[in-house]
Write a protein of this length. Structure first.
Length: 135
């Protein structure tokens, strides 16, 4: 069964959602419709199926060139990992009118330091975090 396989090999997130991720997606159902959510490439493809929100990145086919897609993906990954400078992250979030940020929790990063001047944590279940922008 699927649960036996999951216990042996871990969760197959391309097929099955972890319960903690389903909790985070359920939370996104409570945010205002058409909110813009910044998330990584993979979750950006399925978040709109769970909540009436928009995401910034999806399939590379939606960009004029693959280089444009790669640049956008790199920008988003830098923000999600906390590696982008505060001012640059703020500008990116403002320019793209982002209201929420969705990411997997990073056990190696103190979340209290994660862009604390521009983000407010509104959801945290230990595995996933959702922030609301303060712009």
């Amino acid at each position: 069964t699927q649960w036996s396989i999951a216990r042996i090999k871990g969760w197959f997130t391309n097929v099955y959602f972890r319960p903690t991720e389903l909790q985070a997606l359920k939370f996104l159902q409570t945010v205002p419709h058409d909110s813009v959510v910044l998330a990584g490439q993979y979750p950006s493809n399925f978040i709109p199926a769970f909540a009436r929100v928009r995401t910034l990145i999806g399939f590379s086919d939606f960009y004029p060139t693959y280089d444009d897609f790669t640049k956008e993906k790199t920008e988003i990954e830098a923000i999600l990992s906390g590696k982008k400078a505060m001012d640059a992250a703020k500008k990116y979030l403002q320019d793209h009118q982002v209201q929420y940020l969705y990411r997997e929790a990073n056990p190696n990063q103190k979340t209290s330091d994660y862009y604390k001047d521009i983000l407010e944590k509104v959801f945290d279940n230990g595995s996933f975090e959702i922030y609301r922008t303060r712009l």
